[in-house]
Design a protein around this ligand. Structure first.
Ligand code: ADP
Length: 170
C-alpha cells in the first residue's frame, strides 16, 4: 500500500536572499511530489515561537526566531516561502534531499550541504526547513496554512460561522 504523506517545506530568509528559490524547487521537483499549497509569509513572532516551540530551552532559541523572521538578513528579506508537498513517502524524500540540520555535516550534494553555512555566532543557516515526521508535518501544515489555502482536502475540515474583519483591495 502506498504511504501518502504531506510535508511542509520552508525556504528560509537566507534561501530567498541568496536567490535560491528556483534551485531549491528544482531539486525538490526531482521527488515528483505534488505541490498542494504555497505562499510567501512574513513570519510573526507568535508563528515563529509556535513553530520552534520544541527548541524553547535551547541556547540558540532567540537566534532561530530572529532567523526565521528574517531579522538577520536585512529588511528586504523578512519573508519565507512555505510549500506543502504531497505524495508517497513525502517526508523521507524531502528530508533526504534537504540533508541534515548542520550544513557542515550534511551530505555535500544535499540542499543544506550545497547552500547552508555556519554563522559566526554558531547558528546553522541551513536554507530550508522540512517536517521531521508525520505528526510534526500535520501540526506544522495546520499552523502555517488555512484549509482554503491547500488545493486538496488533506485533513478533515469543518465549517464555522464567524464575523471577521478582513482587508480587501481598495
Ligand atoms: P531541523 O530544522 O533540521 O528540523 P531543529 O528543529 O532541531 O532541526 O532546529 C531548527 C533550526 O534551528 C535548525 O534548522 C537550525 O537553523 C537551528 N539549529 C538547530 N540546532 C542547532 C544548533 N545545535 N546550533 C545552531 N543552530 C541550530
Amino acid at each position: 500500500m502506498k504511504n501518502i504523506q504531506q510535508t511542509l517545506v520552508i525556504i528560509k530568509p537566507d534561501g530567498l536572499k541568496k536567490s535560491l528559490t528556483g534551485n531549491i524547487l528544482t531539486r525538490l521537483s526531482e521527488t515528483k511530489l505534488r505541490i498542494v499549497g504555497v505562499k510567501v509569509v512574513r513570519v510573526s513572532k507568535e508563528l515563529a515561537e509556535k513553530h520552534y516551540a520544541h527548541l524553547k530551552d535551547k541556547p540558540f532559541f532567540e537566534d532561530v526566531i530572529k532567523y526565521i523572521r528574517g531579522e538577520l538578513h536585512g529588511t528586504k528579506y523578512r519573508r519565507v516561502m512555505a510549500i506543502v508537498y504531497d505524495g508517497e513517502n513525502a517526508i523521507e524524500k524531502v528530508r533526504e534531499l534537504a540533508g541534515t540540520t548542520n550544513p557542515e555535516e550534511a551530505e555535500p550534494t544535499s540542499i543544506r550541504g550545497q547552500y547552508g553555512r555556519l554563522t559566526t555566532c554558531g547558528l546553522f543557516e541551513n536554507v530550508v526547513h522540512c517536517s521531521a515526521n508525520a505528526p510534526e508535518a500535520e501540526h506544522e501544515i495546520k499552523l502555517w496554512f488555512d484549509p482554503d489555502e491547500i488545493v486538496d482536502e488533506i485533513y478533515p475540515v469543518k465549517e464555522i460561522d464567524e464575523k471577521v474583519k478582513r482587508r480587501v483591495w481598495a
